[in-house]
Design a protein around this ligand. Structure first.
Ligand SMILES: Cc1cc2nc3c(=O)[nH]c(=O)nc-3n(C[C@H](O)[C@H](O)[C@H](O)COP(=O)(O)OP(=O)(O)OC[C@H]3O[C@@H](n4cnc5c(N)ncnc54)[C@H](O)[C@@H]3O)c2cc1C
Length: 413
């Protein structure tokens, strides 16, 4: 990868994006060809092993996200390392109900694609460097922010210790769930700890996969087993924090045995596991997604449990609609009216995805009498009911509100 630019000319810009993770880098790329001057500030180099967004995780990308990436010109590169999800299998440990959804029965080729995060990150940053038009500050951190009705002012500290002040007409917080920009803008976030930790790891099995993604609910948390390009699976195992510490301390053989015991034998024998990483799981929800001269996107606006693989897909739709609003507007990109219209247009999708994900976590974690029966009957009925299956298939396409133009395979403006 070419060296990211460390310094450029921008002191006053139309749009400053803080955070060049999955969502911020996607937004910057969407704005790269527009007339707006754009600055992207990211604290960790995209090819660094410490990059928190482009790490060893895999992301299940829905079809709307695929179309957005096609329009951004990165899909061909991603497709080379993407595994299509042709079937989704949902079950509950120790119970009779299970459901199987086949893409072909829903009239789509695949429900989505599983791609390693580092592949997405590398493709986005390469495309940003190719496209030009966006000034990149990386590695550099935003350390302070001031906003008022006229504009935003940011203090940026680079790796050499040099400090710079930048003025922007619009400040975008794409700096993740612990967003400094959100705090500086005085926007509160409601945080609910699920008391679960997700352990992620790539695993190999003794037989090839057939493009099925598995979601297995267990009383302690769900286990997702997602097919990978080239064979094997990406696994996400959510469990209680204490159990997660024990699992992380196990050697390879004992970890594989524990995973096998939890997940069962549907994909054959687990024979090898890659590096394990862990993520505490919580729901964080900003009280507002816009403030004076400020807009929050991706995890800075809402951080979700990965149970339904929706966090990045939702954040990418934030980025696509924001890019469309900025590119389509005449004049000031940080005008209050533009930001309010953006927030209103995103509200239904955001609320729908947050509620859907949170209810799924709680339904399957519930030990209330009867809850298990409801879940099992739900899965059996679901398996028999074409409308219910169609409703779930739509989940991967976005939840209401106007779909961004890029997601509909239209140009940005
Ligand atoms: C285990 C797990 C599995 C998941 N699987 C899926 C899935 O299958 N499908 C899906 O859609 N979603 C999934 N998600 C959710 C998805 O990973 C997140 O929604 C996504 O990472 C959000 O991206 P982001 O760019 O908003 O934030 P982040 O990924 O948190 O990136 C924020 C970026 O901002 C930078 N930054 C922070 N502060 C500053 C600062 N002050 N100055 C400069 N830079 C800064 C950071 O270095 C980072 O690069 C999963 C999440 C987890 C935990």
């Amino acid at each position: 990868m070419p060296e990211p630019e460390a310094h450029g000319a921008a002191r006053q810009v139309d749009v400053a994006i803080v955070g060049g993770g999955l969502v911020g880098a996607s937004l910057a790329l969407a704005l790269a060809g527009t007339a707006r001057s754009v600055l992207l500030i990211e604290g960790v180099a995209p090819d660094s092993s410490a990059q928190p967004s482009f790490d060893e995780r895999t992301t299940a990308l829905g079809n709307a996200s695929r179309r957005i990436f096609q329009r951004l010109g990165v899909w061909d590169e991603l497709a080379r390392e993407a595994a299509p999800i042709r079937t989704i299998h949902i079950s509950e440990a120790g119970r009779f109900g299970s459901a199987r959804l086949r893409a072909v029965e829903q009239g789509v080729e695949a429900f989505g694609h599983v791609i390693p995060n580092r592949v997405i990150g590398a493709a986005l940053w390469r495309a940003l460097q190719r496209a030009g038009g966006v000034t990149l500050r990386v590695p550099a951190r935003v350390t302070a922010v001031k906003t008022d009705n006229d504009g935003a002012s940011l203090t940026v500290l680079d790796a050499t210790g040099a400090q710079e002040v930048i003025e922007a007409r619009l400040l975008v917080a794409a700096d993740g769930a612990e967003s400094l920009v959100r705090t500086a803008a005085g926007i509160a976030a409601e945080v609910e700890d699920y008391a679960q930790v997700a352990i992620t790891a790539a695993v190999s099995t003794d037989r090839p996969h057939d493009g099925t993604a598995y979601e297995r609910f267990t009383p302690a948390g769900p286990v997702a087993v997602l097919p990978l390009h080239g064979g094997g699976y990406g696994t996400v195992w959510a469990c209680a924090p204490q159990r997660a510490s024990e699992l992380l301390a196990l050697d390879e053989a004992d970890y594989l045995a524990a995973l096998q015991e939890r997940f069962g034998w549907r994909v054959g024998r687990f024979v090898k596991v890659g590096r394990r990483a862990s993520y505490p799981l919580r729901l964080s929800r900003a009280a507002e997604t816009v403030g004076p001269r400020t807009v929050l996107v991706g995890n800075a606006a809402q951080g979700l449990h990965p149970i339904a693989g929706q966090g990045f897909n939702l954040g990418l739709r934030d980025a696509a609609l924001l890019a469309e609003s900025i590119a389509g507007a005449q004049g000031d990109p940080g005008a209050g009216q533009l930001l309010r219209a953006y927030a209103e247009a995103r509200a239904a999708d955001r609320t729908g995805v947050v509620r859907f994900t949170d209810s799924l976590v709680k339904l399957f974690a519930s030990s209330l009498p009867g809850a298990s029966l409801v879940r099992n009957l739900g899965l059996v009925l679901f398996d028999l009911s074409p409308p219910a299956k169609r409703a779930l298939a739509r989940v991967s396409l976005g939840f209401g509100g106007p779909a961004p133009r890029l997601a509909r395979d239209l140009p940005l403006t």
